[in-house]
Design a protein around this ligand. Structure first.
Ligand code: ADE
Ligand code: ZN
Length: 356
């Protein structure tokens, strides 16, 4: 049975019961397009790496560290996130970090991941590209070989630092270009508009990198516009505050600009009060190309399947059509080769056809 009100080739999913939808959300092939590799650093690994590297931590144990993860806004999280990075010192540390995340993502049936990494949070501590890049490359190769997980790395600019710092970072990234698919923009959003990095993104695009940027997480809709018009991004990371601007919403829908939304992150960073009040259903209903992602799963209490299933459990308005759309959007919005995307979408459709 292949008809619904969206596209003739899609499975007829309208009658699927809630439990079946939750199961399909978990087992379907999906892409994760918004995850910071440093945000997958679990407290247990922080303690293991601290011990291995002789770093002393201001927490008695894993439980005490977890207790400190009570954030009031983005900055209160970033302070702990950058402090956590300090245990990452050697190539082995970065490999262990990335490989642990890839194994975890594969268990959620992620077939494609485009992780961010924050070079400036490492180079500022004297840990250079020659330390973390070989680790990331090797972990990605192993993920492809052993897990069938496709990886495309996105080098991300820390927006609280200067344009000059970002340009230097891009110079340092140049020798590793073959292993990068994109450039991103993250860290403290308020007071650091996209326009600050217009030249950095222009150069990165000339280097052949895809462009994405965090915008409209804590920052106003104007930052989403800046990311589109000045940085010329191909996806908006977060973008939830776009709903404050009807004209912007219409444009995002018209251009089918992907939004990489991170529900548990938005709750933990107090962008929204709780999952039940998250505006993802409205974004979808307005025709935007929304995807669901985990952002910093070690800090926000859930990986991608947790984000999907907890959101659906909290929002009765979300059903089979929305679940299918979110999964399919994630695959379509990835920067993977068209042939790979077509294959994953065919696998997704086969799975959903079997379920109806
Ligand atoms: N770096 C890691 N996670 C981030 C987020 N949610 N927003 C901005 N910068 C980040
Ligand atoms: Zn993020």
């Amino acid at each position: 049975m292949i008809s619904d009100n969206l596209t003739p080739s899609r499975p007829d999913i309208t009658a699927l019961p809630v439990e079946r939808v939750a199961h399909l959300l978990r087992v379907s092939p999906k892409a994760e397009l918004h995850v910071h590799i440093e945000g997958t650093l679990e407290p247990e690994l922080i303690f293991a790496l601290a011990q291995r590297n002789g770093v002393s931590l201001p927490y008695a144990d894993v439980e005490a560290l977890r207790k400190a993860y009570a954030f009031t806004d983005l900055q209160s999280f970033l302070d702990l996130y950058y402090a956590g990075c300090d245990v990452l010192r050697t190539e082995q540390d970065f490999f262990d970090l990335a490989w642990a995340y890839f194994q975890r993502a594969a268990r959620d049936h992620v077939v494609r991941v485009e992780p961010f990494f924050d070079p400036q949070s490492h180079t500022a501590r004297g840990v250079g590209f020659e330390v973390f890049m070989p680790a990331f490359i090797q972990a990605a190769q192993r993920a492809q070989d052993e897990l069938g997980l496709s990886v495309g790395w996105i080098v991300s600019v820390l927006r609280h630092l200067s344009e000059e710092d970002a340009l230097q970072m891009l110079d340092a990234a140049q020798p590793w270009l073959d292993h990068l698919i994109g450039i991103g923009l993250d860290s403290s959003e308020r007071g650091n508009p996209p326009e600050k990095f217009s030249r950095v993104f222009a150069r990165a695009r000339e280097m052949g990198l895809h462009a994405v940027a965090h915008a409209g997480e804590e920052g106003p809709p104007a930052y989403v516009l800046g990311a589109l018009d000045v940085l010329k991004v191909e996806r908006i990371d977060h973008g939830v505050r776009a709903s404050e601007d009807p004209a912007l919403m219409q444009r995002l829908a018209r251009e089918q600009m992907p939004l990489t939304v991170c529900p548990l992150s938005n709750v933990r960073l107090c962008v929204v009060p709780d999952l039940a009040q998250h505006n993802l259903p409205q974004l979808l209903a307005a025709g935007l190309k929304v995807t669901v992602n985990s952002d910093d799963p070690a800090y926000f209490g859930g990986y991608v399947n947790d984000n999907l299933t907890e959101l659906f459990a909290a929002q009765p308005a979300l059903g089979a059509a929305q679940a299918y759309a979110l999964l399919r959007n994630s695959l379509e919005a990835s920067f993977a080769a068209d042939g790979d995307k077509a294959l994953w979408i065919a696998q997704l459709d086969a799975q959903w056809r079997q379920a109806v």
